[in-house]
Design a binder for this molecule. Structure first.
Ligand SMILES: [Zn+2]
Length: 350
């Protein structure tokens, strides 16, 4: 009788916790291949929630002398959009890092959190960097999508829209940099891009997981410089920033990095818009896989989330270091001539 009661209690608790936080959730990639099953999915609850991100940033703002955080606007659902500023010398170059314009591209925000944590320490290395470079982060530009809190039907998505690419209005934020029709991109432009003198930018995304090179090797990430109308100087500096990141990925053995497949001259996306309209040398960084997608082969597995977060972290840190020590100026851009192209292994593009 006692046992039975206990069992019932446990079952009730499990049922409640399942209701509160669904057990099967998005994200995660497999080092060995794109195959996924339920057990391999990255748990959404293992990712930093909007509430946890807000409380983390508040703590950093309070405790760190070198970092300040300000609210630059609100999402459609009223969530704060944050700007994190590390280093504060107007005489130094400034780099901007934007993550998660697409809510289902979560691990790059985890990378930003790791880098912000590191920059909040008082190590000699960090001090040397921040004496020579200012770093701006806009982590998770699409918090509503990251929470799956949207006003459109997302039930067709693999996990029922626990995280969505588009914002609460169903709009792809990375096509609104010309129109500024959405509050999220408006906040970024009005309170960051037009307010700060930015020398470099990286726009962090995730791409579908089944990208391969010509010889069938899985791609762990991809890079691209602006392909819109830009000055020679902006193009050259963009290519140098991309080469810094590529060399870092190559030296760490993260697997194959490729040149992102789609170029195009539209300036509604951040990569092209920043470069064309603000003359900011910019790189698109694509990490592997997504947390929620209608395409099963796009979904990441839990096992590889660690190295994918590390990839993003090292991309950020290597960029900061190369700008701080000035080595970016002499970085060889010929890697762009030999960087593998990527293809979609199977299935339809999203
Ligand atoms: Zn994206």
């Amino acid at each position: 009788m006692k046992n039975k009661k206990l069992k019932t209690g446990v079952t009730a608790m499990l049922t409640l916790s399942l209701l509160a936080s669904p057990a099967v959730s998005p994200v995660g990639a497999e080092g060995s291949g794109p195959e996924v099953n339920e057990n391999q999915q990255v748990k959404i609850e293992s990712l930093t929630s909007n509430e946890e991100l807000a409380s983390f940033l508040q703590k950093v703002d309070e405790k760190s002398d070198s970092i300040s955080v300000e609210v630059i606007g609100q999402s459609i659902k009223g969530r704060d959009l944050n700007l994190v500023k590390a280093g504060n010398d107007p005489g130094n170059p400034t780099i901007l890092m934007v993550t998660q314009q697409h809510g289902n591209e979560a691990l790059v925000t985890e990378s930003a959190i790791q880098v912000i944590k590191k920059l909040s320490t008082n190590s000699k290395e960090v001090k040397d960097w921040l004496d020579n470079v200012n770093v701006l982060f806009v982590p998770r530009l699409n918090p509503d999508g990251a929470a799956g809190d949207v006003d459109w039907d997302s039930s067709h998505l693999q996990f029922g829209g626990m995280q969505t690419r588009n914002n609460a209005a169903g709009i792809n934020l990375n096509r609104t940099h010309n129109s500024l029709s959405q509050p999220e991109t408006r906040a970024l432009h009005e309170n960051v891009l037009r307010k700060y003198d930015i020398d470099y930018a990286i726009d962090f995304h995730h791409q579908i997981a089944n990208r391969v090179t010509e010889d069938g090797e899985l791609v762990s990430g991809a890079l691209l410089y602006p392909t819109s109308t830009i000055t020679d100087e902006v193009l050259e500096k963009s290519r140098k920033l991309g080469a810094v990141i590529y060399n870092e990925m190559d030296s760490k053995g993260y697997g194959t990095f490729a040149r992102y497949a789609e170029g195009g001259s539209l300036t509604s996306n951040a990569r092209n818009h920043f470069a064309t309209h603000y003359d900011i040398p910019t790189i698109l960084f694509e990490n592997r896989g997504m947390t929620d997608s209608p395409n099963t082969t796009s979904i990441l597995g839990q096992k590889s989330s660690g190295y994918l977060i590390k990839q993003g972290t090292d991309a950020m840190l290597s960029s900061i270091e190369a700008i701080a020590d000035g080595s970016i100026a002499s970085t060889d851009v010929s890697v762009w001539d030999t960087m593998p192209e990527q293809y979609t292994a199977d299935g339809e593009e999203e």
